[in-house]
Each structure stands twice: as structure tokens, then as C-alpha cells.
Design a protein around this ligand. Structure first.
Ligand code: NAD
Length: 290
């Protein structure tokens, strides 16, 4: 397949490299000067998109996605799929899908879970919104870049699934970190805390697979001075998207709201910027000593 790939950053770069390694003809574009193994670089987004059967975007936010869509949609050939893998607000995802469908394209919003490790290893989970025809066209590429692709529903359904998942993730990480900080205060050994919770009803992905306590559980950013991993500011971005969606859908999400406020405090007023999102644990530790 001929693929255009726009946004070759931490995630997009390895995803595009995996498609090229699988034998696809990949032409890429990024605003920054980047090189990706096996990918031919084009001078603009429109050039990368023009002859492609599938165009994939992996961009920072909805505003940038909308401006890239304005540029590439008129350049794309009829019947091509436009697959956006960025995490963006549901409204931008739906607006871009509408614009692409009117132009005779097959739009899919397909954000991912699995982080940069999943992007490099080809083990991402894709959550997709769009028509069955569009999903089927993109599916062979999801199977190369990931290990699971769920067709969640119509346009925007992929982004809806992503922000609900990440709202759970943000809330659970905070709960796990504050529980460790409380356990410290109660004199409980962290390894014992892990041994109990990871096999009891408090278990979660944040405890079992991404433990925020250094030296405890599997290797995680906590074992690397809380270097990301998944940066706290990206967690904040996703929590803001979930609260924005909750506002526009009139849904009551008090835990998500509190998680957003705590990550905003951590990133904007404390020392969370550039730290992994699990660095909430040293934050709670420090506060408990204040
Ligand atoms: P990144 O900042 O590393 O990459 C984004 C890339 O887009 C950059 O290389 C940037 O130069 C490029 N770009 C920006 N504007 C552009 C434009 N107008 N035209 C062409 N290129 C442009 O970010 P990332 O970590 O790769 O994340 C990309 C998306 O994936 C985000 O929406 C993020 O929320 C989501 N995501 C990230 C992770 C993660 O762990 N990093 C996990 C899941 C989802």
C-alpha cells in the first residue's frame, strides 16, 4: 500500500518505521527535520498525502489536526482513507471526519494506547471510530502497528474510548500514589504493599504494570528517576479532553475533575512538568512531610 504519514514524533516515527519495515511504501512529512528508517520524506503534508491509499496523522492536538486536514484533504485521492491516530477532542475528530467524508474520503479516528514502547514494538491498541468500510481499509495497518484494534462505532467513537480510558488511568494513578504515601505513614513496607495490593481487590494497571514506587514491581519510569514514559503534561492534556467532553455531554465526572485539578497543580505550579505521570508518588510523599 502507498501510505502518507504526517507527524513523525515520538509515536509517529516508530509507527511509520514499522509500516515501512513491513514492506509498505511510506512517504512522511513533519514540521521538524526528522529522519525515519525506510520512510521517504516529502517537502509538505500535501505532497506526502497526494497519491496515498491511506494517510495517517499523529499530531499534538485537535487544532493542529484541523489545520493539517485543511491542507491535505484537497490533495488526497478519492476513496483514500484518512486515519488520525492523534489524541484530540471529540469535536475536532468529528469535524475532520465530516470534512473528509464530504471530499469522498474514508475517515477513521484511531487514537492509540501503549505509549512509545508500544509504538516501537508494534504492540499498540487502536480504538477506532468511522464506517465499517473505512475501518476495514485501515485494519491491515493497525495489525502491523499494534496487537489489537477495536471498532468502537461512528466518527469520534475512538476518541471517546481513548479519553474515557485515560480518565480511568489518571484517577487510578492518583489513587495508587496516595495509597503508597499513606502506607509509608503507617509504616508499611512498600514491597509488602505491592505484594498484597497487586494480588488483591486494589490491583490495577498502575499498580501491577506501571508501579509508581521505585524498586518495587516491574521496571517502570519510577526506576528511572521518573523520566517519561508518559509525561504528566500529556496526562493533563487527556484529562482536560475528558472534562471538556463531560461538559459538552452533560456527564457528571467528579473523580475525573479532581484528577484534572491535581495534575494541573502538579504540572503548572509544582515540579511535574517533564516528569512521568507516576511522579505523583514523590509529590504526595513530599506533601505528607510538609
Ligand atoms: P510528539 O510531539 O513527539 O510528535 C508530534 C509531531 O508532530 C512532532 O514531530 C511535530 O514536529 C509534528 N507536527 C506538529 N505540527 C505539525 C504540522 N502542522 N505538520 C506536520 N507535523 C507537525 O508527540 P507524540 O508523543 O508523538 O504524540 C503524538 C500524539 O499521540 C498526541 O496526540 C499524543 O497525545 C498521542 N499519544 C502519545 C503517547 C505517548 O506516550 N507519547 C501515547 C498515546 C497517544
Amino acid at each position: 500500500m502507498k501510505i502518507g504519514f504526517i507527524g513523525l514524533g515520538n509515536m509517529g516515527g516508530p509507527m511509520a518505521a514499522n509500516l515501512a519495515a513491513a514492506g509498505h511504501d511510506v512517504t512522511g512529512f513533519d514540521m521538524a527535520e526528522v529522519k525515519v528508517e525506510g520512510v521517504t520524506m516529502a517537502p509538505s503534508g500535501a505532497e506526502a498525502a497526494k497519491d496515498a491509499d491511506v494517510v495517517i496523522t499523529m499530531l499534538p492536538n485537535g487544532q493542529i489536526l484541523r489545520s493539517v486536514a485543511d491542507e491535505i484533504i484537497p490533495a488526497m485521492k478519492a476513496g483514500a482513507a484518512f486515519v488520525d491516530c492523534s489524541t484530540v477532542d471529540v469535536d475536532s475528530a468529528r469535524a475532520v471526519a465530516e470534512q473528509a467524508a464530504v471530499a469522498g474520503l474514508l475517515p477513521v479516528d484511531a487514537p492509540v494506547s501503549g505509549g512509545i514502547g508500544g509504538a516501537a514494538g508494534g504492540t499498540l491498541t487502536f480504538m477506532a471510530g468511522g464506517s465499517a468500510e473505512a475501518f476495514e481499509k485501515a485494519k491491515p495497518l493497525f495489525d502491523i502497528m499494534g496487537q489489537k484494534a477495536v471498532h468502537c462505532g461512528d466518527a469520534g467513537a475512538g476518541q471517546a474510548a481513548k479519553i474515557c480510558n485515560n480518565m480511568i488511568l489518571g484517577v487510578t494513578m492518583i489513587a495508587t500514589c496516595e495509597a503508597f504515601a499513606l502506607a509509608d505513614k503507617l509504616g508499611l513496607d512498600r514491597q509488602k504493599m505491592f505484594d498484597v495490593v497487586s494480588t488483591s481487590s486494589g490491583y490495577s494497571w498502575t499498580m501491577n504494570a506501571y508501579c509508581p514506587a521505585p524498586g518495587v514491581g516491574p521496571q517502570s519510569p519510577a526506576d528511572n528517576d521518573y523520566k517519561p514514559g508518559f509525561a504528566a503534561e500529556l496526562m493533563l492534556k487527556d484529562l482536560r479532553l475528558s472534562q471538556q467532553a463531560a461538559d459538552s455531554a452533560d456527564a457528571d465526572t467528579p473523580m475525573g475533575q479532581l484528577a484534572q485539578a491535581l495534575y494541573a497543580q502538579f504540572v503548572e505550579n509544582e515540579d511535574g512538568m517533564g516528569m512521568d505521570f507516576s511522579a505523583m508518588l514523590p509529590r504526595f510523599e513530599k506533601r505528607s512531610r510538609d
